[in-house]
Design a binder for this molecule. Structure first.
Ligand SMILES: Cc1cc2nc3c(=O)[nH]c(=O)nc-3n(C[C@H](O)[C@H](O)[C@H](O)COP(=O)(O)OP(=O)(O)OC[C@H]3O[C@@H](n4cnc5c(N)ncnc54)[C@H](O)[C@@H]3O)c2cc1C
Length: 310
C-alpha cells in the first residue's frame, strides 16, 4: 500500500535510501512475510530522529527491523515505514572498559571484533544472531547471561525525535523482556567490559560448539520459538508431547531441537503461525502447561496477537 504522497515527498527530501513495496522475507531469519510499504535506511541518530518525527506528524506507523531473527512478519506485509539502522548506528568504540555500540550492530559482528580487539566479557551474546537494538528489546541471552547484565546505559530516540539516555533500571529487564518507552528506538548502548579476553573466547568457543551439535542451524528458524516456563524447558515439553516432526504446510517442528520451528523452504507466515498455535494448544492439552511465544508478531495480521487468540 503506497504511503501518502505528502509523506513520500517529505521522506525523499531527506535523501535517505528509500524503497517502496520493499520485500522483507529475505531480511528475516524465517524467510517469510510480505513487503513493507516503505523501507528506509538511516545512518545517524539525527536521521533516525527526522524519520520518526515525519512518521509521527503524518500519523504513519513505523517499526524498526533489526536482523529479523525474532519476528514473524505477516504474509500481507507491514503497513507504514520499516527502518533499518546502518553505518554510524552499527559502530563500536571502546574506551577503557566501556564499549559504545550502535543499535543496528549485529552481535556476531560485535563478537568477531571483540575477539580481534581483545574485548572481554561478551560471552552472553554468543550465538545470538540479532542486533544490539533487537537484543536489548528482547533482553536476549543464553545460559551464559543476558545483554542486560552488560548494560551501563542505553540511548533511545523517541517518536518526537528527542534523544533520551536510560539506565538499566529504567528498562525493567526480565527473562527476555525489557520495557522501552512507547515508540523508542535504541540508537546506541554502552556496555561494560569485564573479565579476561582469553577466558571469554574459550567460553564462547565451547558454547558455540555445543550449540552446533544441539540446534538445527542449517534451516530457517527464529531460534527458540517459546520462552522456557519457570523450572522447565519449552523444548522438553514439546518433545514430551510427541510433537517433533509435526508439520503444517511448509513449517515443521525440528527433530533436533523441539523448540525450533523450521521453514522447510515453502512455508508461509500463516503456516508458521498456525504451527506455533497448534504446538501451544497440544502442549497445554498433553502437559498442562501454557507456553508463551518468545517470537514477536509484526505487520498486518488482521487479527489479534498471540495472547488473545489461544
Ligand atoms: C538461530 C537463532 C538462534 C537464536 N538464539 C538466541 C539465543 O540464544 N538467545 C536469545 O535471547 N535469542 C536468540 N535468538 C532470537 C533472536 O536472535 C533475539 O531475540 C535477538 O535479540 C533479536 O534481535 P533482532 O535484531 O534480530 O531483532 P528483530 O527480530 O529484527 O526484532 C525483534 C524486535 O526488536 C525490535 N527492535 C529491533 N531493533 C530495535 C532497536 N534498535 N530499537 C528498538 N527495538 C528494536 C523490533 O522492532 C522487534 O519488535 C535466536 C534466533 C535465531 C534465528
Amino acid at each position: 500500500m503506497p504511503l501518502p504522497a505528502a509523506l513520500t515527498t517529505a521522506l525523499r527530501s531527506l535523501h535517505l535510501p528509500f524503497e517502496e513495496d520493499a520485500p522483507l522475507a529475505r531480511r528475516t531469519w524465517w524467510r517469510v512475510g510480505g513487503p513493507a510499504d516503505a523501507l528506509v535506511t538511516v545512518s545517524t541518530a539525527g536521521q533516525l530522529a527526522a524519520v520518526q518525527r515525519l512518521a509521527r506528524d503524518h500519523g504513519c506507523p513505523l517499526m524498526v527491523l533489526g536482523n529479523g531473527s525474532n519476528v514473524l512478519i505477516a504474509d500481507s506485509g507491514v503497513r507504514g515505514i520499516v527502518l533499518r539502522l546502518v553505518d554510524e548506528l552499527s559502530q563500536s568504540t571502546a574506551e577503557d572498559d566501556l564499549l559504545k555500540v550502535g543499535g543496528g550492530l549485529r552481535l556476531p559482528v560485535l563478537l568477531a571484533r571483540a575477539e580481534k580487539q581483545g574485548w572481554p566479557g561478551l560471552e552472553a551474546l554468543a550465538g545470538i544472531p540479532g542486533t544490539v537494538g533487537g537484543a536489548i528489546r528482547m533482553n536476549a541471552g543464553t545460559s551464559l547471561g543476558e545483554i542486560g547484565d552488560l548494560l551501563e546505559s542505553v540511548e533511545v530516540v523517541l517518536p518526537d525525535g528527542s534523544i533520551q539516555t536510560l539506565s538499566p533500571a529504567d528498562l525493567h529487564l526480565g527473562y527476555r523482556t525489557c520495557v522501552l518507552p512507547p515508540g523508542a528506538i535504541v540508537s546506541s548502548a554502552t556496555l561494560r567490559l569485564r573479565g579476561d579476553a582469553a577466558a571469554s573466547n574459550e567460553l564462547i568457543r565451547t558454547f558455540l560448539e555445543r550449540r552446533k551439535a544441539t540446534q538445527p542451524l542449517d534451516m530457517p528458524s527464529c531460534g527458540s520459538t517459546f520462552r522456557n516456563p519457570p523450572g522447565d524447558a519449552a523444548g522438553r515439553l514439546i518433545e514430551a508431547s510427541g510433537l517433533k516432526g509435526l508439520r503444517i504446510g511448509g513449517a515443521v517442528v525440528s527433530e533436533k531441537h523441539a523448540n525450533f520451528l523450521l521453514n522447510t523452504g515453502e512455508a508461509t507466515a500463516e503456516d508458521l503461525r498456525a504451527l506455533v498455535e497448534r504446538v501451544r494448544q497440544l502442549v497445554a492439552e498433553r502437559q498442562g502447561v501454557r507456553l508463551h511465544p518468545e517470537v514477536l508478531l509484526a505487520g498486518d495480521w488482521g487479527r489479534p496477537g498471540w495472547d488473545a487468540d489461544t
